[in-house]
Ligand binder design. Structure first.
Ligand code: GLY
Length: 347
């Protein structure tokens, strides 16, 4: 079996001051001839690099916080050969959410721990709470967002009483900050997802995120939910998602992709079908741009047990890439786009 690692682009963009990116570390650890790591342990180790990098504003330490300025993390891991999953949701104070999710998988028969229970479990397993996970940069961005929202609330006080309109206004401010170059557009719902086929054919995956920037406190996205932000089936393959989590939750996109591959679909076709389902089920006017298409992006990262892979997105373009690492090293590749290869989703 030829080992392979696939991840969102941040899996080959951040090193946290070290020499390796996530995908490079995963590949090295699981193919180390003398002492190969279990692929899931290797992936958790690789994802930890990105979670701890303070310059990455979409996961772990320095991830963009919720509307109250609190970083709440979601993460999931799945081991296909062992048929096991572990996840945490709305975890506060511990940046390495993927490692905590892995402890849930290894040490419990549960699949998902949330909030204070997840934190208590992590502490009981030896994780040290770090308190505030904001960096000066993420705090500055949150203060800027809050200032803009407060200005809007002062001109339109009715917004304060309407949770939906208020959330939409907050999202619009995030998009504006992204257009102004203050936030990487990939980081509004930024996430890392990484899956691998190990040398013995094991299929494993991890997804970790700080979730939608400025989310309503307590909001949980797709990342910790098996079938939404990640799905792995031994002998078939894996799919992970980044982008607007509510969309992949509604369509259970990762599960749909792996099921399509189980029926024989190629990863690219399975991914495109999942994107089409998201597009077709996006009918709420507040989620459509002027062209009547989704006003958000979703990216899916897919590998089958034979090592065929694909990265697909609703919208493509220079910044919409995915990471792959195999025997010949790591590279970033352009995602295939369903709707448009060259336009921003907000057009
Ligand atoms: N995909 C990450 C989120 O929506 O939370």
């Amino acid at each position: 079996m030829t080992p392979l690692v696939i991840a969102s682009a941040n899996g080959h963009q951040y090193r946290n001051g070290g020499t390796e990116t996530c995908v490079e570390r995963v590949f090295r650890l699981m193919t180390d001839g003398a002492d190969p790591a279990d692929p899931l342990e290797a992936i958790v180790d690789g994802v930890t690099i990105v979670e701890l990098d303070p310059t990455e504003t979409s996961v772990g330490f320095g991830g963009l916080p919720n509307a109250d300025g609190v970083v709440q993390l979601d993460a999931c891991c799945m081991h296909g050969s062992r048929g096991r999953a572990g996840a945490v949701a709305a975890l506060e104070g511990i940046a390495t959410a993927a490692a905590v999710a892995h402890r849930v998988l290894v040490e419990t028969h549960h699949h998902l721990l949330a909030g204070q229970g997840a934190l208590d479990f992590a502490i009981s397993r030896g994780f040290a709470p770090q308190g505030d996970l904001m960096t000066p940069r993420s705090r500055g961005l949150w203060i800027d967002w809050r200032r803009r929202l407060d200005a809007l609330l002062s001109t339109d006080p009715s917004l304060a009483a309407d949770a939906r309109r208020r959330a939409e206004a907050g999202y619009e401010i995030g998009l504006a900050m992204s257009r102004e170059g203050l936030i990487d557009p990939n980081h509004l719902w930024g996430t890392i997802t990484c899956s691998a086929i190990g040398p013995k054919g094991d299929v494993c995956g991890v997804t970790s995120t700080s979730g939608l920037a400025w989310k309503i406190p307590g909001r949980v996205g797709d990342s910790p939910i098996p079938g939404a932000g990640l799905y792995v089936r031994g002998g078939v393959g894996a799919a992970g998602a980044t982008g607007r989590g509510e969309s992949t939750l509604y369509s259970l996109s990762s599960f749909a992709i792996v099921e399509a591959m189980r029926r024989g679909a190629h990863p690219k076709d399975a991914g495109m079908a999942a994107l089409k389902e998201i597009k077709d089920t996006t009918v709420d006017p507040s989620l459509l741009n002027a062209r009547g298409a989704p006003n958000f992006n979703v990216k899916l990262y897919i590998v089958n047990a034979a090592g065929d892979y694909a990265g697909v997105a609703l919208y493509g373009g220079d910044a919409v890439r995915y990471a792959v690492c195999g025997e010949n090293g790591a590279e970033l590749m352009p995602c295939e786009a369903l709707i448009d290869q060259g336009h921003e989703f907000v057009d």
